[in-house]
Unconditional design. Structure first.
Length: 332
């Protein structure tokens, strides 16, 4: 069921605190607690609305044991609709945990949700005892708000262990899948035309000799230039550019600095002539019974220099809260 959202205020947040911290909390309650969204994947679909596909942190969850994926949409970045959980690990036959960072794509007249999920347990104290495994699945829907169905009933592959998928559809309709893999980063796979398998083998990309630890890649195209962006060291958002979606890539530097020495995960999209950076923040959550930092989706404006380089983004109190005013100023 659709529910009205508030951009900067959750049902249990004091408005002054929320605005000061710029979370995009959506006012959606689960069992009386506000939903915590993270790993936002932002897209603009043919209907002209902007959609965000997110992971969902459970209240006081232990070690990222997450169960479903949510969708939110807006026409002005202030008035939102919550479309609820559009896929859950309960809908999968091959995984029962780790509903981490998703992405989405539109192709063949259908909407595709690409997602990581897994099984087992990670033993951080004694890694040799870990049984955790993760793979990447893909689900389909006739609607951008789902429900999505795991039509192939299996991950796209089982080796290598992988998560944090990103789908990029180029102007010629070809679909490319990027991801984070254990000892298997900076690879790309081309998707089959029906989006239900990968075409051929993984292809290692030329990153210009610089391959730091990374998670959560995101690829987009602007003015004929391809951008490969990622949380470097899982903390700092950085980027490369190339003339091809497969590289070779040239490292260009920092998009956004780290905060609280905590992970970040992002997406970049152009909406109504304005480029936007969506990301998550680890914020103090006094209303939570855990009394600890939890993740909240946020957004900032993104700007480019004349040479295509990205102007580093500073987290702000306002975020994109003045977007409707900017639109009205354009019309005048």
């Amino acid at each position: 069921m659709k529910k009205a959202l508030w951009l900067l205020v959750t049902g249990l947040f004091c408005s002054v605190t929320a605005v000061a911290q710029n979370p995009l909390d959506f006012g959606l309650l689960i069992d009386g607690n506000p939903i915590r969204t993270a790993d936002p994947s932002a897209h603009v679909w043919p209907d002209g609305r902007l959609y965000i596909y997110t992971s969902h942190d459970e209240e006081c969850q232990a070690d990222f044991h997450m169960k479903d994926w949510h969708v939110f949409s807006t026409a002005d970045l202030v008035n939102w609709q919550a479309h609820g959980a559009v896929l859950s690990v309960d809908d999968l036959s091959w995984a029962d945990d780790y509903a981490w960072a998703p992405d989405a794509a539109y192709k063949n007249g259908k909407y595709y949700l690409v997602f990581p999920a897994g099984t087992g347990v990670k033993d951080r104290a004694n890694p040799a005892n870990s049984t955790k495994w993760m793979g990447i699945g893909i689900a389909e829907s006739e609607s951008p708000i789902g429900p999505f169905k795991d039509v192939i009933g299996t991950p796209l592959w089982r080796e290598p262990y992988a998560n944090d998928p990103a789908l990029f559809i180029d102007d010629d309709g070809k679909a490319y899948l990027y991801f984070h893999g254990i000892d298997f980063d900076y690879y790309v796979a081309e998707m089959a035309d029906d989006m239900r398998s990968i075409k051929g083998d993984f292809q290692k990309m030329d990153m210009g000799g610089y391959e730091p630890k990374m998670e959560g890649p995101w690829v987009f195209k602007r003015n004929g230039l391809y951008y490969f962006t990622m949380p470097e060291g899982n903390r700092v958002l950085t980027y490369y550019t190339a003339a091809s979606p497969k590289g070779p890539w040239a490292y260009r530097g920092v998009i956004m600095a780290q905060e609280h020495q905590s992970n970040n995960h992002h997406s970049i999209v152009e909406y109504q002539g304005q480029w936007l950076l969506f990301y998550h923040r680890w914020l103090d959550t006094p209303e939570s019974r855990c009394n600890k930092r939890q993740r909240h989706t946020a957004a900032e404006y993104l700007h480019f220099n004349d040479d295509g380089s990205i102007v580093p983004v500073i987290r702000t109190k306002q975020g994109v809260g003045d977007f409707p005013d900017r639109l009205r100023a354009k019309v005048r």
